[in-house]
Design a protein around this ligand. Structure first.
Ligand code: PEP
Ligand code: MG
Length: 597
């Protein structure tokens, strides 16, 4: 007779599909960090229980306060005090008299358990804030929600899982992960992330890529469907999470994992070698970074300097604007760490999907095309000059370059350069040292700049092609809208023609041309770019070994022939197939790492 005991039946394999945001395969046990909602039951209480419930509430507030102070001190140790300051807003919620009084009044009047009352009041406050048309106040709604969850966890005696002292390797499953969650994680033990919500630019995704662990986001309800201890496979390349895999699936993925490990081992061996083709043609291979803390890993992966330092991250997650001195410290730290290589510091590129709560910018219908980046800086010259002076001061060892984002025409370059000259004058008056010959570049990421690259080239020392935006603006595809993601295509003939035109315009004007958009970090596309004559590839840290590998595996002539050929193709699939064919010939291992796209 078949065994009917349900407990002896192995759970069925189940696949959840999401968005793969950090490639690779992880096999391990789930660790449910946090699921969506704290479920609270509603219970009527007697009048004599009210003081007891209020005492429990006060105790929970005190415990939560201590918890937040602990997080604050751990984060300031790991990431610096400015990152810990965001928690001041959380502490303020805990001290909010009107919220606390509302809770007490309501429990005395309605007589329900404190968890229920507190959740009602917390949600009401969060709703009020989230409906206000003001980004700063909207963010307060997120603070209130976060604090409400913490207090409820304390009231229910349910400690949020402590991930700072994990003993075994785990796959973190969560509804979402905030910067504070990930900052506290015991990094060596976290082998992968999978979350219900999120996009490729969400914090979880960025964090996973910088930790170099596979991750999938946008899985809808995975945190409710999986239990701690469940066996999981996370495939960050194709964006799936498999729960309770069969022996056959496990065997297949273990093989992929082994192949990846062998390839990664080979790539490690390239770290100290130059990024040059088989016939000795060398390109510059640099890293894109967001914070000074990213530099050690970038260098360890073999980056020759930083080709894009996105400074806006320094302005985010804090209540005030960083001062010139504070910025100088950060920029100088990067310049010192990368010396004798150089760092290209991009001036503030806020707007689009990067907002700063402390600036209270007006809401716009089309934020990606709105009052942002250089447009904003040219009007807010005090703030802009603070940043330029900080960059200039960091340039005193001669290894800093500055570049302006979102240039739409030459006038903006001319104006930005005038302000840069004023900043230099200020420093001369103050007797501060800086590199008088600092190189100035323009990001070419708007079609109008690409089409007038010959004019702009006469006014700058270098170009950096920002394909993330160039593709979005040229193809009219919102880069963060997953519904139309299928149209976001770097192989579109329009994009390839624009890139070729930008490189030619730069070279005709005798300036060098780099690329810092994600396209430069895709091995099969890097082959085209190499063939088109791109001088510098600045890519995310994880892509550095792969790009080095592909460049070192090919002859310049082969890449040139590829570039020439694909420029003559009229459809995307032919271009994809032609690139894949060359990649398969020169570095087939990379197809295993990246999936077969
Ligand atoms: C780009 O647009 O390609 C780019 C590198 O900048 P960001 O992604 O920060 O807009
Ligand atoms: Mg951009």
């Amino acid at each position: 007779m078949p065994d009917k005991n349900p407990r002896s039946e192995k759970p069925k394999e189940k696949t959840h599909r999401g968005i793969g945001v950090s490639p690779g395969v992880a096999i391990g046990k789930a660790f449910i960090f946090d699921s969506e909602e704290v479920v609270v039951l509603k219970r009527q209480i007697d009048a004599d229980q009210v003081p007891l419930e209020i005492a429990r509430f006060e105790e929970a507030l005190i415990r939560t306060r201590q918890e937040i102070l602990d997080i604050q001190s751990k984060i300031s140790e790991r990431l610096g005090t400015q990152h810990a300051e965001i928690f001041n807003a959380h502490l303020l919620v805990l001290e909010d008299r009107s919220l606390i009084e509302d809770v007490i009044k309501k429990i005395e009047r309605d007589r329900f358990n404190i968890e229920y009352i507190f959740q009602q009041v917390g949600n009401k406050y969060a709703d009020i804030f989230s409906q206000i048309e003001d980004d700063y106040l909207k963010e307060r709604a997120a603070d209130i929600k976060d604090v409400t969850r913490r207090v409820l966890h304390n009231l229910l005696g349910r400690k949020r899982e402590d991930v700072s002292k994990l003993k075994d390797e785990v796959i973190i499953i969560a509804y979402d992960l905030s910067p504070s969650d990930t900052a506290l994680m015991h990094r060596e033990k976290v082998i992968s992330f999978a979350t219900d919500i999120g996009s490729p630019t969400s914090h979880t995704a960025i964090m996973a890529r910088s930790l170099n662990v596979p991750a999938v986001v946008g899985l809808h309800d995975v945190s409710r469907k999986v239990k701690s201890g469940d066996e999981l496979i996370v495939d960050g390349t194709s964006g799936v999470v498999i729960v309770s895999p069969t022996k056959e699936t496990l065997r297949k993925y273990s093989q992929v994992q082994n192949r990846i490990a062998v390839i990664e081992e080979q790539l490690v061996g390239l770290k100290k070698l130059p990024a040059e083709t088989l016939d000795g043609y060398r390109i510059a291979l640099a890293a894109n970074i967001e914070l000074p803390e990213d530099v050690p890993n970038a260098l360890a992966q073999g980056a020759e300097g930083v080709g894009l330092y996105r400074t806006e991250f320094f302005f985010m997650n804090r209540k005030d604007l960083p001062t010139e001195d504070e910025q100088y410290e950060a920029y100088r730290s990067v310049a010192d760490q990368v010396h004798p290589h150089s760092v290209i510091i991009r001036t503030l590129d806020l707007g689009g999907d990067k907002f700063l709560s402390n600036l209270q910018l007006p809401r716009e219908m089309n934020p990606f095309m709105g009052w942002r980046a250089i447009r904003f800086c040219l009007e807010n010259t005090d703030m802009f000059k603070d940043q330029l002076r900080a960059i200039l001061r960091a340039s005193s060892r001669g290894n800093v370059k500055v570049m302006f984002p979102m240039i739409s025409g030459v006038e903006e370059v001319v104006q930005a350069r005038e302000i840069l000259e004023e900043a230099k004058d200020d420093l001369r008056k103050r007797g501060k040292k800086f590199d008088e010959e600092i190189e100035v570049g323009a990001m070419i990421e708007i079609p109008s700049a690409a089409l007038t690259a010959d004019i702009i080239a006469r006014n700058v020392d270098f170009f950096s092609i920002g394909t993330n935006d160039l593709i979005q603006y040229s193809l009219a595809v919102d880069r963060v809208n997953e519904k139309i993601a299928y149209l976001y295509e770097p192989r579109h003939p329009a994009i390839l023609r624009l890139i070729k035109q930008i490189i030619t315009a730069g070279h005709n004007a005798r300036i060098w041309v780099g690329m810092c958009g994600e396209m430069a970090g895709e091995p099969s596309l890097a082959l085209i770019l190499l063939g088109m004559g791109l001088d510098e590839f600045s890519v995310s840290v994880v892509a550095i070994p792969e790009i080095k590998k592909v460049v070192r595996s090919v002859r310049l002539g082969e890449a040139r022939a590829l570039a020439e050929e694909v420029l003559g193709y009229s459809n995307i699939e032919d271009i994809r197939a032609r690139c894949k064919k060359l990649l398969l010939k020169v570095a087939p291992e990379l197809l295993v790492l990246k999936g077969a796209r």
